[in-house]
Ligand binder design. Sequence first.
Ligand code: CUA
Length: 338
Amino acid sequence: MSRWKKIWRLAPLFAVMTFLLTGCGNPTLSALEPKGPVAREQLFLMKLSLSIMIFVVIIVFAIYLFVLVRYRKRKGQDGIPKQVEGNHVLEIVWTVIPILLLLVLAIPTVSYTFKHSEDRTQDKDAIHVKVTAHQFWWQFEYPDLGIATAQDLVIPTDKTIAFELTSADVTHAFWVPSLGGKIDTNPGVRNTLYLQADEVATFQGKCAELCGASHALMDFKVVAKSNAEFDAWVQKMKTPVSVPATAQKGEELFKENCMSCHAVGVNGLGVGPNLNGFASRTMIAGILGHTPENLEKWIASPQDEKPGNKMPAFGKQYGGKLDDNQIKDIVQYLESLK
Ligand code: CUA
């Protein structure tokens, strides 16, 4: 069987795979399913440029096929046909059409590019969030509200969220496909971006710049709440938790082992994520389901879950200094930080 025949026999397989794989996707991680005004405007630009490109391809191929058929060599035709050169009308037409198409593409693209990079951090109605990217987690400060958190960015719907972004180490990129973006976070540089969510939902965020071993695991969540729920969350974050008696042993262990990196106060910052309100977060380390077992696994050996991160292993069997019961106590304490 010839090589081409073999390849041709694979065609149905590719067709079925195309059909099945186009169904793969995540509605909370797709720029094609916008959930806010910025993402919608960006999708409009994608659709506009795509339609112009498809239009050009169709016209060019139609002319190509027409010429191929209409002027093909016919029976009894000998020699080279009459050679023509230069047609002012045609030359003007195929110079002017691309210029017009580029103008149609450029005007909205340039205007949205400037609009979306506006610094809205001074807006009175906007929620101001300072984002600092770390290898491999995200720190979120709300300077006007006096709170700080990590990994779960909680926002109200229908309000402009004005971001000011930087990095503590290398270049990362902040991206929430459902809401729009993305923008680099560079050490020592302040970038700005604003986004807005239409609906109460949890959207996935990603780091979109290769930043080290666990770049692909540098996820975060955007938790969009109603205005009333957002205000309640802020109040809860500001209210000191009363640690139950069952979690006090864990609190002591946490203070001895974890406090030098992890703040638990309202707006404290540290080498590691602030853990105020940790029990209400959607994930552990941004990637593991929020269960006590996963938290134990993480504390015992974080390098197995997210290689290259800065947290040392605490499990005795991984060279750390805590036994299983001590880790369970710390987990109990962390799960009391509602
Ligand atoms: Cu941070 Cu990739």
